[in-house]
Design a protein. Structure first.
Length: 205
């Protein structure tokens, strides 16, 4: 028989060494850099340039400022002080003052007068008073006829003024000043506060 070439048996496995198995995922080659930041991204890569962000913020601030100025509350009316008549109360260091006013409703809805106040500014200070009741007008006119010379019907709280309409009337107030101080006054104002209006109507003369 011809000589049979013996077949070398496989080398026995070394005890404790697991058999090699092909890896389903190729491992990175030695020296390959793995940066987890590349996986999840960074602010530098994902955010727009700082110049664009700042420009956007500036635009937002400018728009907000313009809107606030345009929508700033304004009085829904205007008017004027047409006449001021004063009488000194003897020995009381006090002046009774009849003020004729005209109010115009410049808005698009009716307004109702909530309250009225008059303010006098002088070199010695500022003084305010609310008008006397209309039922007292007769008594004031009897004691001080000068107040009646230019007086009109009393301008009262709860008076309704339609859009485009007007209301005229007299308010009588008192201030703790002398005739001389009143004559040298800086100004006299009538402040009319309508219902449901954040800003009063201020008339000054």
């Amino acid at each position: 028989m011809p000589d049979e070439t013996p077949i070398n048996p496989p080398a026995p496995a070394t005890p404790g060494t697991p058999p090699e198995s092909p890896s389903p995922t190729a491992m990175p080659e030695p020296g390959t850099r793995f940066d987890i930041g590349e996986e999840f991204g960074t602010a530098k890569r994902n955010l727009p340039p700082a110049k664009i962000v700042l420009t956007g913020l500036v635009i937002v601030v400018v728009v907000a400022t313009v809107v606030s100025v345009v929508q700033r509350a304004k009085p829904q009316g205007a008017g004027s002080i047409d006449n001021v008549t004063a009488a000194e109360v003897p020995n009381q260091n006090m002046m009774l003052v009849a003020v004729n006013v005209t109010l115009h409703n410049t808005g698009n809805k009716p307004i109702w007068i909530h309250n009225i106040k008059a303010t006098l500014k002088t070199d010695s200070g500022e003084f305010s008073d609310e008008p006397g009741s209309a039922v007292d007008f007769g008594r004031y006119f009897q004691a001080f006829p000068v107040l009646k010379e230019h007086a009109e019907p009393a301008l009262l709280p709860e008076t309704k003024i339609l859009p485009g309409g007007e209301a005229r009337g007299t308010v009588i107030v008192s201030f703790p000043v002398t005739q001389d101080a009143f004559d040298k006054r800086k100004s006299i104002s009538v402040v009319v506060q309508p219902y449901d209006q954040p800003v009063p109507i201020v008339l000054t003369k």
